[in-house]
Design a protein around this ligand. Structure first.
Ligand SMILES: Cc1cc2nc3c(=O)[nH]c(=O)nc-3n(C[C@H](O)[C@H](O)[C@H](O)COP(=O)(O)OP(=O)(O)OC[C@H]3O[C@@H](n4cnc5c(N)ncnc54)[C@H](O)[C@@H]3O)c2cc1C
Ligand code: SF4
Ligand code: SF4
Length: 663
């Protein structure tokens, strides 16, 4: 015999202004099975919760309905209160009188009637509820960090320093990411390599961190606390244990004219190479597409020159499987290539370059050793034009969003140029300056006021070459659109920041969502900025949105803190709202006929096969079985099952029909 208590909350004026809560409480007393019904101004408050606990004991309640706000907000609050009074928490349900009633209707009479109906429905559900136990799953205390830029390095170091094992997987031959390509960094102008390389080395040497460079995620299975990741370690064609990084192979390799990715095509590298001198690990890799041996079957000079016999031409990719409890996604960004801008002449004129190429020109480790030399003829550029928002905030040609870092790095580029060539002229075309950040606006002002960089508010319409100079045509919108023409020796385009290539496939492998521009999506833009919608997978850095280094580092530490929090527990508890396949006594065993339609329908691969065998081992029946760890309770299998063998715990067909029949 059910003894249900109903507790109607005014939620201040949120519900109380449009629902007559006292009347609702009164008429609810007549609902069959209800033995206690009251209303109160704030049911979630301490006195409100005490009222529920005392009523459970006093009236010997078998179930509770709290008619209040959204269960998303306070279901855990009321379930905890119910549990503290000795009742199973899953015998407590909420009727949403706020979002489903008071906030969407105006007339008090109608709203009050609807509130009473919603309560009757939930009373009927609670009558059919059964006590449930939370699901317990163990936690593997090892993290996987995907991407070895500053975000991945920071997250890995923080997790490792909290005492947990980390595997840091980087797809290129070295960790470091874009930060390793930068010359100096805004807003302090400190040398990027000088602040980054100690962290790269620290990550490589940390006893809790295993580095897997030149490697990528192949497959991911499992769930929070219990992921199984398959990593493809691409063949470097080298025995890393034997290689000492002496560089003999690189020096002697005859193939030396390959465009160098690290220097953004402004330098050349050999077929066997390390991406940059400070690379971690400092072990070469053979670029099979450009190696003479792989192309013609002849050469092997590197093998002959290697003093330790480390070269392995027959080495194959290796697949490594890892058990991990949490994943940090830190795969960064790419910059837009400007082939969409024929009017700017990128790709046509050697001296129209992008921001990353400028970083390499300005860097002491770059192809010109930091000297300002333009790519076409090595001449020092007397005049440079910087074009901000090349592709950003431009729905027609590029991307509609602001790339956030370009205003700042353009000011930095203009300053770096002026510091190297005091008499040179630097012009910046901009739409408006977005420099929100600590000391950022001051930094831009310094460029204008101390370094005499000329800012022109307006867009560049065309760039073309005339007599060995680039003619930059634009308009100054602060002077009413007056045409501007500048003769420049070099042009630097601040191209848009975009999601990495392959983000979509990676998101699908990980079951995380992405935004329309393929940046990975956070679970909640304000309250869960480092979580994804898949429990146990966190975000760090520019893979989520354009970010500068300070923001990237802060977010990486945030993601690491979430991982450390997760690893502070040996077991996780999960809501028991999962699917179950019904079981019956022999000889039927279950309504399940083993068609496995549910298996192909389940988006989380949660349906497994279970064999029923006789005493002599003969197979009697194969049934579907739900892996409660993987199941997300979406209910897809329930609607697929033709024999009605599957139900969702807490939302069985019987419960849902009971609710409907009440209306
Ligand atoms: C021209 C320019 C100048 C800049 N100047 C400054 C500055 O002065 N100050 C400042 O604060 N910020 C600056 N920035 C921004 C800065 O570069 C970024 O904030 C920072 O690099 C973001 O770090 P990240 O680790 O998130 O991404 P990234 O640096 O992009 O690193 C991501 C890493 O993940 C790896 N990866 C990608 N996909 C995979 C995969 N599937 N599996 C494994 N690994 C993968 C990549 O190879 C890379 O190593 C500048 C950016 C640009 C373009
Ligand atoms: S075999 Fe390939 S990598 Fe080795 S030296 Fe010859 S071209 Fe260079
Ligand atoms: S409820 Fe959803 S996640 Fe769970 S087994 Fe069924 S289909 Fe899969």
């Amino acid at each position: 015999m059910s003894r249900i208590g109903v507790f109607t909350c005014h939620c201040g004026e949120n519900i109380g202004a449009t629902v007559d809560c006292a009347k609702v409480a009164e008429c609810t007393r007549n609902v069959p099975g209800v033995v206690h019904s009251v209303d109160y101004k704030y049911m979630c408050s301490d006195p409100g919760q005490t009222m529920i606990k005392e009523a459970i004991k006093e009236h010997n309640l078998t179930g509770v309905v709290v008619a209040a706000c959204s269960p998303r907000m306070h279901e855990p609050t009321f379930r905890n209160a119910v549990e503290e009074a000795g009742l199973n928490p899953y015998l407590c349900e909420m009727a949403n009188l706020r979002e489903h009633c008071s906030w969407v209707h105006e007339k008090v009479d109608a709203t009050t009637d609807k509130a009473a109906d919603l309560i009757r429905v939930m009373v009927e559900k609670v009558k059919h509820n059964t006590p449930l136990l939370p699901i317990r799953v163990p936690v593997t205390k090892r993290a996987l960090v995907l991407g070895g830029g500053i975000a991945g390095i920071q997250a890995a170091l923080d997790i490792a320093n909290a005492g947990h094992k980390v595997v840091l997987v980087e797809k290129s031959p070295s960790i470091g990411g874009h930060m390793s390509q930068l010359s100096e960094t805004f807003p302090t102008l400190d040398c990027s390599q000088c602040i980054l390389t100690p962290r790269m080395v620290e990550a490589a040497r940390h006893p809790n961190i295993t580095l897997m460079t030149y490697a990528e995620l192949e497959k991911l299975e499992g769930f929070i606390g219990n992921f199984k990741a398959t990593i493809r370690k691409k063949a470097r064609q080298l025995d890393e244990k034997l290689c000492t990084g002496c560089g003999m192979c690189i020096t002697k390799c005859p193939q030396k004219k390959i465009p160098d990715e690290f220097n953004e095509g402004l330098g050349k590298r050999s077929a066997i190479y390390v991406p940059f001198p400070q690379a971690v690990p400092n072990k070469p890799v053979i670029d099979k597409d450009n190696c003479t041996f792989y192309k013609s079957g002849k050469c092997k000079v590197c093998e002959k020159m290697c003093p330790t016999g480390a070269i392995r031409f027959d080495q194959q990719d290796e697949l490594v499987t890892l058990d991990v409890g949490a994943i940090v996604l830190a795969t960064g960004f790419k910059v837009m290539r400007t082939d969409k801008f024929p009017e700017y002449g990128y790709g046509k004129y050697a001296d129209v370059i992008d921001g990353l190429q400028f970083e390499r020109l300005a860097s002491a480790s770059g192809p010109t050793l930091g000297a300002m030399k333009r790519p076409s003829d090595g001449k020092a550029p007397e005049t440079i034009v910087f074009v901000a928002c090349s592709g950003s905030r431009d729905r027609a040609k590029g991307v509609p969003y602001c790339s956030k870092i370009c205003c700042m790095y353009t000011a930095k580029h203009a300053m770096l140029y002026k510091h190297k060539m005091h008499h040179g002229k630097a012009y910046v075309f901009y739409m408006d300056i977005r420099s929100g950040g600590k000391d950022y606006d001051e930094f831009v002002r310094r460029a204008i006021e101390e370094d005499d960089v000329k800012y022109i508010r307006g867009r560049v319409s065309r760039i073309y070459e005339e007599d060995g100079q680039l003619i930059v045509k634009g308009a100054d919108t602060l002077l009413g659109g007056e045409p501007v023409e500048i003769k420049a020796d070099m042009v630097v385009l601040a191209t848009a920041v975009q999601a990495q290539d392959g983000s979509e496939e990676l998101a699908q492998k990980l079951h995380v969502s992405y935004d329309p521009y393929h940046f990975f999506a956070e679970s909640h833009p304000k309250l869960k900025p480092v979580e994804t919608n898949t429990a146990g997978i966190y975000l760090a850095g520019a893979c989520q949105a354009p970010r500068d280094i300070p923001e990237t580092v802060a977010q990486a530490s945030g993601a690491a803190a979430k991982v450390a929090c997760l690893f502070s527990r040996d077991e996780l508890t999960r809501e028991p709202v999962v699917a179950v396949v019904n079981r019956l006594p022999a000889p039927t065993f279950s309504y399940c006929v083993g068609c496995f339609l549910c298996q192909s329908a389940c988006p989380y691969q949660a349906i497994e096969a279970e064999e029923i065998r006789g005493r002599d081992g003969t197979l009697i029946k194969t049934l579907a079985k739900v892996n409660a760890g993987l199941c997300q309770g979406c209910g897809t299998c329930v609607s697929t099952c033709r024999t009605k063998a599957i139900d969702i715990q807490g939302f069985s067909n019987e419960q849902i029909f009971a609710e409907l029949m009440t209306l």
